[in-house]
Design a binder for this molecule. Structure first.
Ligand code: AMP
Length: 456
């Protein structure tokens, strides 16, 4: 039996998007575009420029920046081998495939689970410390984490983020970055926005606090769940993140970082709050807000929004002054945030802020050879004027065409038959009320031009 015959009998596999990934379809993508366009506009008013980053980077970059003990790096990254040097040569020559993969010259690369590490890498790589400081950058795009998928949590998700690198660590910068996110959310009319802030101190006071916390946690270890017990060793701050009901009374009695900040950190935190007040930004202090990534220090913040259930954080951010240096660059101040775009969109949809599906401005119902040629010309003209035009590729009876126009939600049907073309009078039907008018070509185009395209 030939290969072709065997294949015919097999049921073709039904492909589906991989668990945790999804397709974004129209009309929802119009909302994504609006959100991204608003980000471009608002961030530009704060002097930020866009950076486009690679989707994958050396695994070591994330291990170093995010922290080897974090869930993201230890469990959630999509990592694979990238043959380089000799390994690549051997592989390209078709020899010893597996040996090539095991070669010490092949390096591990990962799909990016976040973008701050990449922005810092780019800052160093392009010598951006030589530019006027601070450098203000923003990005948007997909991130990848192998988390348990649920509403608002995906394995491929999208972030819109911004970073301020270099210059001073003046509290006004922290406040302005937060003000920028809040301005963006206000412009989108995001509902139920709540901002939580905290300071987690610097290397000095935070280290001392973490030791104190660890000592206190060890005293109550038996009353904690398995995750928190593990975190006493790996990352005691993360215990404060716990949502486990039984742990709440214990956590409430733990020492609070605000009481253990060094003088500089306490002054910085107080000034950030004052700066937020000057900007009219309403915040809530939350001593348990520690953020999951290792690189944060001093200011941390999180923003929640309505309609998201348990995954209600739409934005997280904070200061990370040591990160560029940790990645081999000069000592550099840094602060930034990442917005979960999927959740932002979900919240906008839940509160009815999603735009209506985009219809068409004009459906051109044509019949006859001559009318087709005219219709093509009219479509070109209307599209050039910014109208959304549907031009059917094959002739249809007018009744059918008008039904089609209705289904597509068109505002007008332009009816072109050979009569219309020879008379030089075109028929325009307003679909909402069924009214019709006959107009010359220039008058009709003029009339339509005076209407606003639906997409504007
Ligand atoms: P992080 O980079 O962990 O600080 O996350 C910043 C924001 O990204 C969060 O507040 C969420 O809105 C969003 N986010 C993080 N992980 C996911 C995920 N797996 N799916 C959807 N959104 C996410």
């Amino acid at each position: 039996m030939s290969e072709g015959a065997t294949k015919k009998e097999e049921k073709p596999r039904k492909f589906q998007a991989i668990r945790g990934t999804r397709d974004l379809l129209p009309p929802e993508t119009a909302l994504w575009n609006r959100v991204e366009q608003t980000a471009h506009e608002v961030f530009a008013t704060f002097g930020f420029g866009e950076i486009r980053l690679p989707i994958f980077e050396p695994t070591e970059l994330f291990a170093r920046a995010v922290g080897g003990e974090t869930d993201i790096v230890s469990k959630e990254m999509y990592t694979f081998q990238n043959p380089t040097g000799l390994a690549a040569m051997v592989r390209e020559n078709g020899m010893l495939g597996t040996l090539a993969e095991m070669s010490p010259e092949s390096e591990l690369i990962s799909l990016r689970p976040e973008a701050t590490a990449s922005v810092c890498r780019a800052y160093i790589e392009h010598g951006m410390h030589a530019l006027p400081q601070p450098v203000k950058l923003y990005y948007m795009g997909p991130m990848f984490r192998r988390e348990r998928p649920q509403k608002g949590r995906y394995r491929q998700f999208y972030q819109i983020g911004a970073e301020v690198l270099g210059g001073t660590d003046a509290p006004a910068i922290d406040a302005e970055v937060i003000e920028m996110v809040m301005t963006f959310f206000a412009k989108l009319e995001l509902q139920g926005v709540e901002l939580d802030i905290n300071s987690i101190g610097c290397r000095d006071c935070r280290t001392k606090y973490v030791e104190l916390l660890r000592a206190e946690l060890l005293k109550v270890k038996d009353k904690l769940g398995a995750d928190s017990q593990r975190r006493i060793v790996t990352n005691p701050l993360r215990v404060l993140d716990s949502k486990l009901e039984s742990e709440q009374p214990i956590i409430e009695k733990l020492p609070r970082i605000a009481d253990h900040l060094c003088k500089d950190c306490a002054t910085h935190y107080a000034a950030v709050k004052r700066q937020l007040e000057l900007r009219g930004v309403i915040y809530r202090e939350s001593w348990r807000l520690v953020r999951g990534l290792d690189y944060y220090m001093r200011t941390t913040f999180e923003i929640t929004a309505a309609g998201l259930g348990s995954q209600n954080a739409v934005c997280g951010g904070g200061r990370y002054d040591g990160l560029v240096e940790l990645l081999g660059g000069p000592p550099t101040k840094g602060i930034g945030f990442a917005i979960g775009e999927d959740r932002l969109i979900l919240s906008l949809q839940e509160s009815g802020k999603a735009p209506a599906p985009q219809g068409r401005d004009v459906y051109i119902a044509w019949m006859g050879e001559k009318a087709h040629a005219t219709a093509i010309r009219a479509a070109k003209d209307l599209r050039a004027a910014g109208f959304s035009v549907e031009l059917p590729p094959i002739e249809q009876k007018f009744g059918k065409a008008l039904g089609q126009a209705d289904k597509l939600g068109a505002r007008y049907a332009l009816i072109l038959g050979d009569n219309e073309v020879s008379e030089g009078l075109w028929t325009l039907k307003t679909l909402a009320d069924g009214s019709q008018q006959k107009l010359t070509e220039p008058d009709l185009l003029q009339f339509l031009r005076e209407q606003k395209p639906v997409s504007s």
